[in-house]
Write a protein that binds this ligand. Structure first.
Ligand code: ZN
Length: 653
């Protein structure tokens, strides 16, 4: 591991806290040291209060901040002497510790201080760095872990595992009495991580790099092996089934994102994967993201997951004190035999965090196996962290789930108008949305990890099929299909009809939608509260002269939806039709077209836009929100329905 220290950048740090931010970010830049809020740092300094008096303070990393991106505001300024005194207490409850640290904080808007704040306070050095480094922890997760540590770190204080928080601070407090820490380079906490310290920021940081490098070199010397990848096809229906079963176990829709990289596939292809993957995480703090073990998926998916759930219940019953409430028993990651690893989460972000952690876990497990056997902490220690109130509080900050959280949606014709508004409405309610459109700008418009665009002509059979497969492959399945793409042609009476226009209109509005449905249905059947929404038209019930192709295609679409509702009800797939009208903020309605149409009725454009019983103009956004609502639980008992959204039309009523 190389030091990332740069003199010119360091020189720009004009106070203690700026320097603390700088080297914290250096630590955060290496995933091998810390990930996703892991690890913490501090600096001891002074701070002026409201009355102009100076106080000794400990600026310690606040919870919710990541070392990679931390700012000055990410540190909580705690009164140093009071914080230190807490370590002298015989015992301290979590609630009291949190309350006291809050009370000692000189800035009411600062984040809650790290649970390791007291430990930082009692180390008598200006800068304290703490990481959960893969290399060191992997070596401690070994039957000979302690021996290897003594061999590698004769110049450090080595302490057995104990749960983070007050008892860890107390353990370190007792251990350093009568010891001259100036003669020690750091503290190694078995199964947890490393502390380094110095009055100089660079020295503390570079000692961390030095200690980690020793472990890395040891691993390189002894050799770590990664199993080679075996080629295998991904069965998308099996993936959708896995997602379905996992979602049911968690009680809410989940994404299932596959990592089929060479390393993940190699791991999943090992004969011993079931035994080595299920011994436990690298460090206990991963448990709130990944649970203690993954599910091993092989052949009978339902049985694999139900036995995981049973094991989780046994694990809970064995270790609970009787006062705890069991969390959901669903796995957060899976090893899909021969195919790779899967992350299960309510959002792409959650899956990403799980993937990051599991990538390191695979490395640690396999390295551990080569070095004498991977051995994680006993179940009870992992359980204590999983059900530790201070860890659970972090998860609660995530807030209330949205209506479509964890759902996967496809919207056709999503580059503009109603399609775009619907895609945005579904996304705003938590769904992962993929918009399809013939307009290539869709790929630029929707370019986020959970809101994507695919440029595709939906009349092309193979491309439609592969676009749908791409969605399933990337997110694990499909729950919501909104068929909105269409074209509008008017001004031709039947006797003067251009047959190309007639044919094209039916092809785009009717046949292409049938194609999208055809290739989506097998995945929708495995979806969570799955639904198809068809965007029809007021013209179906109240056609107008000169629009035969459009009206017939939309009427055909409505009939297609009714048949689909009949065919799919037994699989729980709802199919409903929305008939919009008087939506003028779409690409179809240019200023000229509006003026022309209004003129035909002897109306102003404004009057024309409100030409309905309720005298209201209807926006694409309103239609999009309505479609999002019909896709939700609110309409769980409705299928085969046709809903008018036209401001009221006497011919329809
Ligand atoms: Zn830690």
């Amino acid at each position: 591991m190389k030091s990332l220290w740069k003199d010119d950048e360091a020189q720009r740090c004009d106070d203690d806290l700026a320097m603390r931010v700088y080297t914290s970010r250096l630590l955060g830049a290496s995933e091998e040291l810390v990930m996703h809020g892991g690890g913490n740092t501090s600096v001891k300094s002074t701070r002026e209060d409201f009355f102009g008096e100076q106080h000794d303070v400990l600026y310690v990393k606040g919870s919710g901040w990541d070392l990679k991106t931390i700012e000055k505001e990410g540190f909580a300024p705690l009164l140093l002497n009071q914080t230190k005194r807490l370590a002298e207490l015989e015992s301290l409850t979590d609630d009291d510790m949190v309350a006291q640290l809050k009370l000692f904080c000189m800035d009411p808007s600062a984040p809650g201080p790290s649970v390791e704040a007291i430990l930082h306070a009692i180390l008598p050095f200006k800068f304290v760095d703490h990481t959960h480094t893969d290399a060191v922890v992997t070596l401690t997760n070994n039957p000979k872990g302690e021996k290897i540590m003594q061999e590698l770190y004769p110049d450090c204080l080595i302490l057995p595992y104990i749960m983070p928080g007050f008892i860890l601070s107390k353990q370190v407090f007792d251990a350093i009495q009568g010891i001259d820490l100036n003669e020690r380079k750091g503290i190694i906490l078995l199964h947890h991580g490393v502390f380094t310290f110095d009055d100089d920021a660079k020295q503390s940081y570079e000692t961390m790099i030095e200690l980690v490098t020793r472990a890395e070199d040891y691993i390189t010397r002894k050799g770590s092996t990664v199993h080679p990848k075996e080629e295998s096809e991904i069965d998308l229906l099996e993936l959708a089934e896995i997602r379905n079963v996992i979602s049911k176990a968690r009680g809410t829709a989940q994404l299932a994102q596959l990592n089929d990289s060479k390393k993940a596939c190699g791991f999943a292809s090992r004969d011993d994967v079931k035994t080595i993957a299920t011994r436990g995480p690298i460090t206990p703090d991963h448990v709130i993201r990944t649970k203690r073990t993954p599910v091993i998926l092989k052949k009978n998916i339902e049985k694999n997951v139900s036995s995981y759930v049973d094991d989780y219940k046994t694990y809970f019953d064995t270790h609970t004190d009787g006062k705890l409430t069991m969390l959901d028993p669903a796995p957060r990651w899976g090893v899909w035999k021969h195919r790779g690893t899967l992350a299960f989460g309510s959002s792409v972000k959650e899956c990403q965090i799980i993937h990051d952690i599991t990538r390191h876990t695979l490395w640690a497990i396999q390295t551990g196996e080569t070095l004498g056997g991977w051995q994680a902490l006993p179940e009870k220690d992992i359980f204590d962290v999983e059900y530790w109130v201070l860890e659970q509080n972090k998860l609660k900050k995530a807030g209330q789930a949205k209506k479509h959280q964890g759902k996967i949606a496809i919207v056709t014709g999503a580059a503009s108008g109603i399609g775009k508004a619907t895609a945005l409405a579904l996304h705003a309610q938590g769904a992962v949305v993929v918009g399809l459109d013939i307009d290539t700008s869709i790929e630029k418009q929707f370019n986020q990890p959970d809101l994507k665009g695919i440029a595709v002509d939906i009349t092309e059979m193979k491309k439609v099929k592969s676009a749908i497969e791409r969605v399933v492959r990337e997110f694990g399945g499909l729950d919501i299909l909104v068929c909105n793409a269409g074209m509008f042609s008017t001004g031709q009476t039947i006797d003067k009809m251009d047959q190309d226009v007639w044919g094209k209109t039916l092809e785009v509005n009717l046949t292409a939608t049938q194609l999208v449905m055809k290739y989506s249905i097998e995945y929708l059947k495995l979806g969570i509260d799955p639904t198809i929404l068809i965007v029809g038209s007021r013209n179906v019930s109240a056609p107008g002269p000169g629009a035969s192709a459009y009206s017939v295609s939309k009427a055909g679409l409505t009939q297609l939806a009714r048949v689909a509702a009949l065919e799919l009800a037994s699989d729980g797939v709802r199919v409903n039709v929305i008939h919009p009208d008087a939506v003028f903020d779409t690409g179809l309605w240019t200023k000229e077209a509006l003026e022309k149409s209004a003129g035909r009725y002897n109306m102003s454009v404004d009057e024309y836009k409100k030409k309905n019983l309720l005298k209201r103009e209807i926006s694409s956004k309103q239609i999009g929100e309505l479609l999002s609502t019909v896709a939700s639980q609110t309409f769980i008992n409705t299928t085969g329905a046709q809903i008018s959204v036209d401001g009221g039309n006497d011919r329809v009523i």
